[in-house]
Design a protein around this ligand. Structure first.
Ligand code: 8YV
Length: 328
């Protein structure tokens, strides 16, 4: 039987490539070049599957130019790089990598919250620059985590992980806003209370964003929302760039209308709004919330499981548009 052909769009663990090679003819971007969409289309010619990492745009134009493509397996829980309607219309399956990164990403969300509230990055830069000459009673005073109010926007698996860490580990009062309310048992387990978005923004000491990016969630936090927050509040975004209006946030930080922000994701990343690079009261990290070796391995393995599951066995593990399977 001839092997299906699979493209790996980014550099990845050698073990991941080896697993794929056991089942497929594999072409991979081990040089980690930034392919344009025209280059991606060219590389996809004759391929039935593609291993994507969350940043390769798969839309109707690409699909029309790649008629043999049958599956796009994202090594990411988020899949806003997929036009899922266009994929379904063309009978192309999309898969993502949920669950395996939940706890690691929640850990990072909490780490970023703590670094932001306690001004860890800002004070480290001060020390490294040789500016620490004396003790001072108000040097890098931050805001408390324990006993404060944590507001979570987006209460999926990662949001729930952050809620548990806040409530059980730090005695925080946890409020959340979500498209739909959690059932009572889950709310009780996370020790979280449902509130409207406006109430959350007005009352939370720390706001953490964990919503998927969709046209409806674009600029969930803009100038109007920032104006509702307390001047002492912090904002953390581990969701996606585009959930926050970065220009409005940079202005609010510069004018100290909110105290600080921690951002792992950016509009137009890897470009970062130049204003964010100059304000001191923001912690910036390069989209690394899921970056631990075991978690990245598990994410890669799940993407491979999906490619094998679909192209070899006809049974993908985490399909996003199962209508495609029904139509086969
Ligand atoms: C990924 C993520 O690292 O899973 C997601 O949705 O944002 C991250 O865990 C990123 O998409 C690159 O794979």
């Amino acid at each position: 039987m001839t092997k299906a052909k699979v493209l790996v769009a980014r550099s990845i663990f050698p073990e991941t490539i080896a697993r794929l090679q056991a089942h497929f003819e594999v072409e991979s971007n081990q040089a980690d070049d930034n392919w344009s969409s025209a280059q991606l289309i060219e590389k996809l010619q004759g391929k039935q599957g593609v291993f994507t990492t969350g940043s390769e745009r798969i839309d109707g134009a690409l699909l029309a130019a790649c008629p043999e493509l049958k599956i796009c397996a994202n090594m990411a829980v988020g899949y806003n790089n997929f036009d899922l309607d266009a994929m379904t219309a063309r009978g192309v399956l999309g898969t993502n990598a949920p669950d395996v990164l939940t706890e690691t990403t929640a850990d990072f969300g909490f780490a970023l919250l703590m670094a932001t509230a306690r001004r860890i990055a800002e004070s480290e830069h001060f020390l490294r620059a040789g500016k620490w000459k004396k003790w001072s009673y108000d040097m890098f005073s931050g805001s408390d985590i324990h006993g404060s109010t944590l507001g979570i926007i987006g209460m999926g698996r990662i949001g729930q992980g952050i809620a548990r860490r806040g409530a059980l580990g730090f005695g925080m009062k946890v409020i959340y806003h979500n498209r739909s309310r959690l059932d009572a048992a889950l709310e009780a387990e996370c020790k979280a209370s449902y509130v409207g978005k406006e109430e959350l923004l007005k009352t939370a000491d720390h706001v953490v964003l964990v919503v998927p990016y969709t046209p409806a969630s674009h600029h969930t936090i803009g100038a109007a929302e920032l104006a509702l927050m307390k001047p002492t509040a912090t904002l953390v975004n581990i969701a996606r760039g585009g959930i926050v209006d970065d220009a409005a946030l940079a202005a609010a930080l510069r004018e100290r209308r909110i105290a600080a922000a921690g951002l792992d994701v950016f509009e137009g990343e890897p470009q970062v709004h130049p204003e964010l690079l100059t304000v001191p009261n923001v912690v910036l990290t390069p989209h690394i919330a899921s970056a631990t070796v075991p978690t990245r391995r598990a994410m890669a393995d799940l993407a491979v499981d999906n490619l094998i599951g679909f192209l070899v066995d006809g049974k993908p593990v985490t399909p996003l548009n199962p209508a495609v399977l029904a139509g086969r």
